[in-house]
Write a protein that binds this ligand. Structure first.
Ligand SMILES: [Zn+2]
Length: 326
């Protein structure tokens, strides 16, 4: 067994559909070093689990530490997670069903692993490091390939009956809206998720609308990234402007629903789409949310962008590992 006195460091891992990010932290949540690798989900669960373990080892090595100096590893997975058993129940982006991730990783790494849903972990990270005075109630909405939320009530993560609370991406905003990956129509994610934004642009281009993106990326708009949208916006591209504004309006509507239902003190927005398009989206989101929430119930509620960016997941993982190894 590793020497308990030496185990003072924490690792946070963000397992995404396209990349794995691991960070090593002190007990004060200071990041000492990071490592990143691609997920390669198509190679299957065993291969991905090995890639997670390798990424953790790389991050630890980057900090000139040994794995037996790690007290705990907190990991966020994109899907429904059985926290107690450390099992991924279902993760559609990875093609996973019923994967005993905690057990397999502990076997490979020899350190305790704690598993949570990825957006829950991001919310934990944001809540623990972004506020000097902690709000009692906070909802973190994370907009990337998909959309998810983490709900903090009275300072604690709210997980719901089946531990799946926060599936805000599948809140239905328009029953006649575009088809969502989940099978329903008009989900929030089908309007404002990264893939939905890309698809909308591609459809409009097929319909004959003009955008500078075709000059940048070619007619089929392959390999579009959030950064490309930002570049197009800087050049006053009307098509991208229209699509991004519409996506922002739907984010504002989702915030209005959250304000009406949960009435949190703060809504924090994060994830790749917000990181890339914060300047273009935030004002529209805030205005739409306050215009659409019930009159008066939105008084004093703040809607702000996260400062952690891409690091929310690894910081939250470290917060979880710290909480569980106290
Ligand atoms: Zn859906």
């Amino acid at each position: 067994m590793p020497d308990a006195a030496k185990q003072e460091y924490l690792v946070g891992v963000d397992l995404g559909g396209t990349k794995i990010l691991a960070g090593v932290f002190t007990q004060n949540l200071k990041c000492l070093g990071k490592a990143k690798t691609s997920t390669k989900a198509t190679r299957g669960a065993d291969a991905v689990i090995q890639r997670i373990a390798d990424c953790v080892i790389d991050a630890v090595d980057e900090c000139d530490l040994e794995i037996d100096q790690i007290r705990g590893i907190g990991l966020g997975a994109p899907g429904a997670v059985d926290y107690d058993e450390g099992r991924v129940i279902i993760a559609p982006n990875l093609g996973w069903e019923n994967i005993p991730l905690k057990k397999e990783l502990e076997k490979k790494l020899g350190a305790p692993v704690f598993l949570e849903n990825d957006t829950n972990i991001c919310a934990l990270g944001v809540y623990n490091v972004e506020f000097e005075t902690k709000p009692k109630t906070m909802v973190g909405i994370f907009i990337g390939t998909g959309i998810g939320a983490g709900i903090i009530i009275d300072g604690k993560l709210f997980s719901g009956f089946n531990h799946t609370a926060g599936e805000i991406g599948h809140m239905i905003l328009d029953v006649d809206g575009p088809k969502c990956g989940c099978g329903n129509r008009g989900c929030f994610e089908a309007f404002s998720g990264r893939q939905s934004i890309y698809r909308k642009i591609q459809t409009l281009v097929k319909d004959g609308e003009k955008t500078i993106l075709t000059e940048m990326l070619g007619a089929d708009l392959a390999d579009m990234r959030s950064g490309d949208l930002r570049k197009a916006l800087k050049k006053n591209d009307k098509l991208v402007e229209k699509v991004v504004e519409e996506a922002a309006e739907y984010i504002g509507l989702a915030c209005a629903n959250i304000i009406n239902v949960i009435n949190p003190e703060v809504i924090v927005l994060g994830g790749g789409v917000i990181d890339a398009l914060e300047d273009e989206m935030m004002a529209i989101i805030v205005e739409t949310a306050h215009d659409s929430a019930l009159s008066g119930v939105d008084k004093g509620i703040q809607i702000i962008p996260s400062k952690l960016g891409d690091n929310a997941g690894i910081v939250g993982g470290a917060v979880l590992a710290k909480r569980e190894t106290k």
